[in-house]
Each structure stands twice: as structure tokens, then as C-alpha cells.
Design a protein around this ligand. Structure first.
Ligand code: FE
Length: 153
């Protein structure tokens, strides 16, 4: 996985058809558009309490989109039961959909996952995943919108 060591977010090439243009809004606009919890997670990097999110036990085929901008981020095919209390995935839909950033908050060094399109905070990535990637994408439900039945591009 690609992690930027500085505070700068990495930017890679994106498939323009899938992710579209970058979404930039003022804090005022985000506050008006998002519900309180989505705003706290996406724009203030809050973490929802474990086992409280809408998608922890979500089953069924579909695509998980960014609640901020609608970008396709995760597929139900990579979702697994992690026991952590947060929706967990082995991989993003396409690697460029998500950017990784070093997060030194709360006296820990973690890898933060950010939506590449709108910059919204999604959650964190850990190296103890069960799949081939070895990654566990621990994502807040409040940062996602489940699109049932949609096929990941
Ligand atoms: Fe987004």
C-alpha cells in the first residue's frame, strides 16, 4: 500500500469516468449537506462508536459509496466480519478511489483512509486483514452509503 510519510495527501491518477472530478466544498456547504454524524466523520475525522454503525452487519451485494461525494469506494465482495464493530473490507474498489495518509492523532501512528474525490475521512487501514492484500480497511458506516444491487465498476 502507498502511504505518504508527510502530512501531504498522496494523489494518484484516477479513472475520470469512475471517480469524476475532485469535489471541493466549503465547510459551510458540507455542514449544510451532511447529517451531524457524517459531517463529524467525513470532515472532522471522528470515529463512530463500535457496533453502532448502520453497515456493521450489512449483507448483500452492492457498492458502498462515499456519503460525501458518491464515489464508489468498496464492494460487498470484499466485506468481511472483522469483529471490530466497524464495516471492514479487504480492498477498495479501485486503489485510486482512496488515498492513504499517516495519522499521528491520539498518540498512535495509524494509516488514515481518505476519499480521493472529496477528501472525506473514511477510517483507517491495518495490516491484519484476512485476504490476499493483508489489509483491513476499517471504515465508519457514517462515511458510506450502501447502494444495494449495484455492481462495482
Ligand atoms: Fe468522497
Amino acid at each position: 500500500m502507498r502511504i505518504s510519510q508527510s502530512d501531504e495527501r498522496t494523489t494518484g491518477p484516477m479513472d475520470p469516468q469512475q471517480q469524476g472530478e475532485k469535489v471541493q466544498k466549503t465547510d459551510e456547504q458540507w455542514r449544510a449537506e451532511l447529517d451531524d454524524q457524517a459531517y463529524a466523520v467525513l470532515r472532522q475525522a471522528a470515529t463512530e462508536a463500535p457496533w453502532t454503525g448502520a453497515y456493521v452487519d450489512q449483507k448483500g451485494d452492492g457498492v458502498y459509496r462515499c456519503r460525501g461525494c458518491g464515489a464508489e469506494l468498496f464492494s460487498s465482495q470484499t466485506k468481511f466480519e472483522s469483529g471490530s464493530g466497524w464495516p471492514s473490507f479487504t480492498d477498495p474498489v479501485v486503489s485510486d478511489a482512496v488515498e492513504l495518509k499517516q495519522d499521528r492523532s491520539h498518540f498512535m501512528v495509524r494509516t488514515e483512509a481518505v476519499c480521493a474525490r472529496c477528501g472525506g475521512h473514511l477510517g483507517h487501514v491495518f495490516d491484519d486483514g484476512p485476504g490476499e492484500s493483508g489489509q483491513r480497511w476499517c471504515i465508519n458506516s457514517a462515511a458510506l452509503d450502501f447502494d444495494a444491487g449495484a455492481d462495482a465498476a
